[in-house]
Ligand binder design. Structure first.
Ligand code: UD1
Ligand code: CA
Length: 466
């Protein structure tokens, strides 16, 4: 591995202390979900994919809620006690940058759609040109609310003017400041204290640094993003909905390029961390969330909902089934209308049929529970057959108890297995049994009231009536 020279080192500051006034929410907008993950985590995860040393997140308004959303991310925190603007928020991160060399990218926590390539190009431009500041710009179809980039006659950037401070001529400019500014660390630390709050908002704007640096003869560069969409900020619920549909379409398109058939992508919801193998077919109206992994050649039919699920190859999940935090082995069929709850593991070539609920259970290879069954806290061996209407009675009102069903067991329909109980290898349970004791291997257990036929009884009853 090659050592990074100090001048090539990369750091980042994520501003996440703002009040989210336009969101009209009790909680900060940065913890609202976008495609199943908090808004702020999108930009942080993108930075982690770059070669960024320290990621410093500036917290302020509702800081604990935002800190919680980032609890699994390897970031450092800085605190902005009072929200005095983006320049002031960056000042709060300055102590964490002191003593470092190289580049620092200051990004806003509410710009989740930025691409890896664009972030990389902003860093590279700063490094290759040894610039003091590189800003990213885009042409917005409706620039309202964004800082406008004013250029000189030679097209070099002169300054950024915020909406509130812009003249009518400046408001007509469609080139906006996307909110990704990369600085030489030394330059940033030297110049941050020079910012003033003499503007319409009475805030310290980070964006004022561009003019300040240019006027003192420093090297400032503006690079353009591939498209406006990747730079869009999320300031309102409408913008959140727009970002959601944009990101979903992008994720679906990526998987289709990788060989997945998605019959109606507009109706399929795939979270960013989902992975799908080639030749898998996803029917309309499917939700696949969290860290779900789907192998090749699977079929996921309409109305299914998968969360943190792992499916090996050739799995069929039939209509309206729910699989959460569970794994399903090769060639197994689940559903229609099945529910695999947390910590369930179904092995290969098994079958979990309609109206079957399975919780915290292990189902062995080739085993079948085809209809109307509840299996909870159960361990099933190989080639077990569970008849329709079987229930593991796992809860005695205080404790959850285990049911063990060994290889080759046949459980007749409408049986209750009252846990804790073990059905040993190859045993048969007669239909309609309430099993309270262990069943030895290769035996038949019958545990139900005996049938009594009273011949002619009904005829007598009919006579009385007449
Ligand atoms: C900002 C830019 C604007 C740019 C736009 C891009 C400034 C002054 N304006 O405007 O030029 O076009 O983003 O999306 O920088 N924050 C803090 N502390 C504060 C204020 C804000 O941490 O005191 C954080 C917010 O949590 C947010 C980010 O900074 O994540 C940006 O703040 P926001 O109010 O959304 O800025 P915009 O008005 O969108
Ligand atoms: Ca914003």
């Amino acid at each position: 591995m090659t050592e990074t020279t100090p001048s090539r080192q990369r750091h980042a500051v994520v501003l996440a202390a703002g009040k989210s006034t336009r969101f009209k929410s009790e909680k900060p907008k940065l913890v609202h979900d976008l495609c199943g993950k908090p808004l702020v985590c999108h930009v942080v995860d993108k930075l982690r994919r770059l070669d960024v040393g320290n990621i410093i997140v500036v917290l302020g308004h509702e800081s604990e809620t935002v800190r919680q959303a980032l609890s699994e991310s390897p970031v450092q925190f800085a605190v902005q006690a009072e929200q005095l603007g983006t320049g002031h928020a960056t000042m709060c991160a300055a102590p964490a940058l002191a003593g470092h060399e190289g580049s620092v990218l200051v990004v806003y926590g509410d710009t989740p759609l930025i691409s890896h390539e664009t972030l990389q190009s902003v860093f590279e431009c700063r490094e290759e040109q040894d610039a003091d500041e590189v800003i990213l710009t885009a042409i917005a179809p409706d620039p309202y609310g964004y800082g406008r980039v004013v250029r000189d006659v030679d097209q070099t950037p002169l300054c950024i003017v915020e909406e509130k401070d812009a003249s009518p001529d400046q408001k007509a400019i469609c080139e906006i400041n996307a909110g990704f500014a990369c600085f030489k660390i030394e330059t940033l630390l030297e110049n941050l204290p020079l910012l003033s709050s003499q503007n319409a908002a009475g805030e310290y704007y980070l964006t004022d640094l561009l003019a300040l640096l240019r006027n003192s003869g420093r090297k400032v560069i503006a690079v353009s993003a591939k498209c406006f969409e990747e730079t869009a900020g999320v300031n309102s619920r409408e913008e959140l909905a727009w970002a959601e549909s944009h990101l979903r379409a992008e994720i679906a398109s990526r998987w289709m390029k990788d060989g997945v058939t998605i019959l109606n992508p507009a109706t399929v919801y795939l979270d960013p961390d989902v992975t799908i193998g080639p030749d898998t077919i996803i029917y309309p109206g499917v939700f696949i969330e969290g860290k779900t992994t789907i192998g090749p050649r699977c079929k996921i039919y309409s109305g299914c909902h998968l969360l943190d699920a792992t499916l090996e190859e050739d799995v069929v999940v039939d209509h309206c089934s729910v699989i959460r935090r569970s794994t399903v082995g090769r060639g197994t069929t689940v559903g229609p209308f099945a529910h695999l709850r947390e910590h369930t593991s179904v092995a290969a070539h098994a079958r979990i049929g309609n109206f079957v609920e399975v919780k915290k259970s292990v189902i062995g290879e080739g085993s079948k529970a085809s209809h109307l069954t509840y299996l909870g806290d159960a361990t099933l061996g190989r080639d077990v057959n569970i008849g329709a209407g079987t229930i593991t009675c796992n809860y005695d009102g205080v404790n959850k108890n285990k049911t063990i069903i060994e290889d080759g067991v046949f459980v007749g329909s409408d049986s209750q297995l009252i846990a804790p109980v073990t059905i040993h290898q190859g045993a048969y349970i007669a239909a309609g049994s309430s099993i309270t004791e262990d069943v030895p291997a290769e035996s038949l257990a019958i545990a139900r009231g005996r049938q009594v036929n009273k011949e002619g009884w009904a005829k007598g009853k009919a006579k009385k009536k007449g």
